[in-house]
Design a binder for this molecule. Sequence first.
Ligand SMILES: [Zn+2]
Length: 338
Amino acid sequence: MYIQANLHGAEIVGNAIIYRLMEWLATLDGEQLQGEIWLVPHCNPLSANQRNHYFTSGRFNSYDGRDWNRIFWDYTKVCSDLEDFAQTQLTLDADTIVHNFRDRLKTAFKQELDALESPPSQDTSRHYRYRLQSLCLDADYLLDLHSSSNQGTDYLFCFASRQASAPYFLLEWGILMDECSGESFDEAFMKPWLALEKTLAKLGRNLQFHLESWTLEYGGGMQMQPESIALGFSGIKNYLAAQGVVKSDSSIAQRTIKLIAKDQLQRYYAPRGGTILKRVFLKTQVKTGQLLYELLSFPKGQPPSILPIYAEATGFVSDLSTNQAVNQGEYVLALMKE
Ligand SMILES: [Zn+2]
């Protein structure tokens, strides 16, 4: 089990969740601990140390402008003989296939890692990604703890084939991913295994490996929110028990989770520049036509104006911009549509 936090600089809640997990794990005896757990708080010091006055954004690498979570190495992009490999594995048991495929993946990864030491070497993003990914290649389960950069709520990203495990995190909302670019940390880990499952299925062998990866979103940026920390701790503890990594005395809980498609997360952007008045609170349940916020503008040569913005659909206010001053086209809030 590999658990990291704070890949994006502002998203600090996960560090406290990892600390709570460390305190709790230290109370377990060897018998209760059934697996190996790697905990990596502050996994991106470069992004965590970025500042603009009092503020951390830490979403983009200021050296090359790239999102820190869209840079990762995806084995499927270099594995050109997946089907040939799958053909040779059809009669083997799942554990052996995982072992064989992981060997191949690690061999390919090592070549990339070695390239860092070659005369031309590689850019910052690649140095960072290989170093971080080298920590998780052996894992069966991967949890990447994020937050909103703004004011956000608690939810997760779920791969369609892994829905059965989503209720163990005890969260109310989740976003179902049907596409997988392989560039984010969770996708880079999972995509090769999903591709192998798909290829095996095409060849007539249906199986699902005991491998999962999750991006978990806890609260907002630059804030250690106690409710998000508590929810993250209890959910991950429960997930560890559900996967048999720790032996639990209490029963394993499940919470009904509302999983929505990615396009059901609707972002609202300011139609023109101004300042935000009377905005709905975070976690408000809104109906179609309900006022979301008012935008105060001072148009040149005209009296001040207030533009009301109404909800286009029924939903749940899952995220708010921290900055209430907006230029035209800047982000104001997000709704998870029912
Ligand atoms: Zn993030």
